[in-house]
Design a protein around this ligand. Structure first.
Ligand code: G3P
Length: 250
């Protein structure tokens, strides 16, 4: 069981234009977000300034989708955790499966990025999850163990970490994990954390689900005991659908 506060993240990925970011911000501002739910939206870097100025930040907090592994310096094309803190961005998504598969981020790199971002003062939405091949070959828990072991080695303070379980086969596919499939993994992860980090940390840790979450499937998922929220991709680009998901606390 978990006593964690419900958390919903909207990962816009590499989507948006000046015109439709403005429209999405208006739609989000029109939505009602229940008190007691943390909602975080993650626009591409280039739109963060606009979103920060126009989005109702009583309802929504901001996140980046990535950060450099270290501090400022000669790292062309990167944005550091220190710069995000300086700019007033409180969250960052790290270890998304797209960063792992397209940009070669290993478990160790994701773990080092996580500890660096936490040290810089950010909250981190740390993503883990297995591929379809790994699920079909029965190695889900082995894969998750390796992803978690790397994080546990590096991260000392878990109070500002949100753990996102995103099975790769469910991301952007429309094939959502069943509530039972998701609950099985979330319960496993909470047990893992209780064992490695202690019961108090495990109980407070938000373990959120990502992968084809929609305004129609969110309610069944959120009823599960160990699902403390969602990380939403496609549906976070539609204001009304995203607001519905933010109101799905089980
Ligand atoms: O980070 C959220 C994401 O990977 C899930 O994407 O489009 O399946 O909701 P989507």
């Amino acid at each position: 069981a978990s006593s964690a506060k419900f958390f919903v993240g909207g990962n816009w990925k590499c989507n948006g234009s000046v015109a439709n970011v403005a429209k999405l911000v208006d739609e989000l501002n029109a939505g009602t977000i229940p008190r007691g739910v943390d909602v975080v939206v993650a626009p591409p870097f280039i739109y963060i300034d606009y979103v920060m100025q126009h989005l109702d930040r009583d309802k929504y907090q901001l996140s980046a989708q990535n950060a450099w592994i270290g501090g400022n310096g000669a790292f062309t094309g990167e944005v550091s955790a220190e710069q995000l803190t300086d700019f007033g961005v409180p969250w960052v998504i790290l270890g998304h499966s797209e960063r792992r598969s397209l940009f070669g981020e290993s478990n160790e790199v994701v773990a080092k990025k996580t500890s660096h971002a936490l040290a810089a003062g950010l909250g981190v939405i740390a993503c883990i999850g297995e591929t379809l091949e790994q699920r079909n070959s029965g190695s889900v828990f082995k894969v998750l163990d390796a992803q978690m072991d790397a994080l546990v080695d590096e991260v000392k303070d878990w109070t500002k970490v949100v753990l996102a379980y995103e099975p790769v086969w469910a991301i952007g596919t429309g094939v959502v994990a069943s509530p039972e499939q998701a609950q099985e993994v979330h319960a496993y992860l909470r047990q893992y954390c209780a064992k490695k980090l202690g019961a108090a940390v495990a109980d407070k840790l938000r373990i959120i689900y990502g992968g084809s979450v929609s305004d129609t499937n969110c309610k069944d998922l959120s009823k599960q005991e160990d699902i403390d929220g969602f990380l939403v991709g496609g549906a976070s680009l539609k204001g009304a659908a995203f607001v519905t998901i933010c109101n799905a606390a089980g």
